[in-house]
Write a protein that binds this ligand. Structure first.
Ligand code: UT7
Length: 318
């Protein structure tokens, strides 16, 4: 038995924050942000909006596309670095908001690799027969963990959510997945804060060594893509679409170049979404699935890298 994606969905909060808006608040410019990152604008969640609310919109859209109801969901995995609260898991809050009752619900914390990690776990559970239908969501509100005075980080991120529904299948949808982590790089990208005795200890904002992250990301994405190609005995010509984590257009272009894949076969949303961490891949996947770019039978490769450091790939046949 295998699993395949039967439907995708996504959601972006209504408020658009442009580079020009940011340039009115801090010492930056639209030209700098576009040239260094490819980002033009990002979405920002409304004050009362929670990560589970963003997840709910994407989940409903994905279930609709799959032709399934909340009652059909046997497993919910939410990938997020910005949960509603310390506990319960955002997946449990989502389950309740969806009106689903069956099976386990839990969060995965692998930062920007979260969706690829979550999809891999769900695939194993569906393919083994442990559950039938799985809802996998990436949802983030990074705007709440950014230092809006730090121009080196606050211009890079945005809020949003994306989801996929996995169902059992005789033929493989998901062909392979490869996950990695190396915690010795944990300080390169982090939110080094925690809660203790009712206080925030440390810094509850994104801290990053941008240059080091950039170099690490390009190498990790290209390495894990090659690992997936070798495991499936495919050349990069056989990949119809790469859906990479949307951190920076220069990281994406450098990775595509290393793999010898033209940018016409790479899905990009970073210009409009910025980096939405665990939500970036399912947001891009949903966009390309809905506008018809990704077609039945095509090979799609998801490539992720993020804090931890974590990285991984999922190769699937659509
Ligand atoms: O999921 C992974 C998340 N993280 C990432 O994807 C980040 C990966 N790294 C990057 O995308 C890039 O390293 C950045 C976009 C963060 C920075 O680009 P860069 O080409 O590496 O620039 P830099 O850090 O070398 O900075 C160049 C200059 C500096 O000024 P000086 O020292 O040359 O005078 C910075 O202070 O640009 C300055 N700078 C800015 N200027 C205007 C840094 N941020 C900004 C800004 N606006 N927002």
């Amino acid at each position: 038995m295998h699993s395949r994606i039967a439907g995708t969905g996504s959601y972006l909060p209504a408020h658009i924050l442009t580079n020009h808006d940011l340039a009115r608040q801090i010492d930056t410019s639209d030209a700098w942000i576009r040239a260094r990152t490819g980002i033009h604008e990002r979405r920002i969640a409304a004050p009362g909006e929670q990560t589970s609310d963003l997840a709910l919109h994407a989940a409903r859209a994905a279930l609709g596309a799959a032709g399934l109801a909340a009652a059909d969901v046997d497993l919910i995995v939410v990938a997020t670095t910005t949960p509603d609260m310390v506990f319960p898991a955002t997946a449990c809050i989502l389950q309740s908001k969806l009106g689903a009752k069956n099976g386990p619900a839990f969060d995965v914390q692998a930062v920007c690799s979260g969706f690829v990690y979550a999809l891999t776990l769900a695939d194993k559970m569906v393919a083994s027969g442990a559950v039938r239908n799985a809802l996998v969501v990436g949802a983030e509100i990074y705007s709440r963990i950014l230092d809006w005075n730090d121009r080196g980080t606050c211009v890079l991120f945005g809020d949003g959510s994306g989801a996929a529904v996995l169902v059992p299948s005789a033929d493989p949808g998901i062909l392979s997945s490869h996950l990695h982590a190396d915690g010795s790089y944990r300080d390169m990208l982090s939110v080094p804060g925690s809660l203790s005795e009712g206080q925030v200890i440390g810094t509850p904002f994104v801290r990053m060594d941008g240059g080091a992250v950039f170099k690490f990301a390009v190498k990790a994405l290209a390495d894990v893509a090659r690992e997936a190609l070798a495991a499936n005995e495919l050349s990069s010509d056989a990949i119809d679409w790469i859906v990479p984590h949307q951190a920076n257009i220069r990281i994406i272009e450098a990775t595509a170049k290393k793999l010898d894949v033209p940018m016409t076969r790479v899905v990009t949303t970073v210009d409009r979404h910025a980096n939405t961490s665990a939500a970036s891949i399912p947001l891009a996947l949903d966009e390309a699935a809905r506008d018809g770019r990704i077609a039945a039978g095509q090979h799609v490769m998801l490539l992720a890298v993020g804090g931890g450091f974590t990285w991984g790939s999922v190769l699937l046949r659509w």
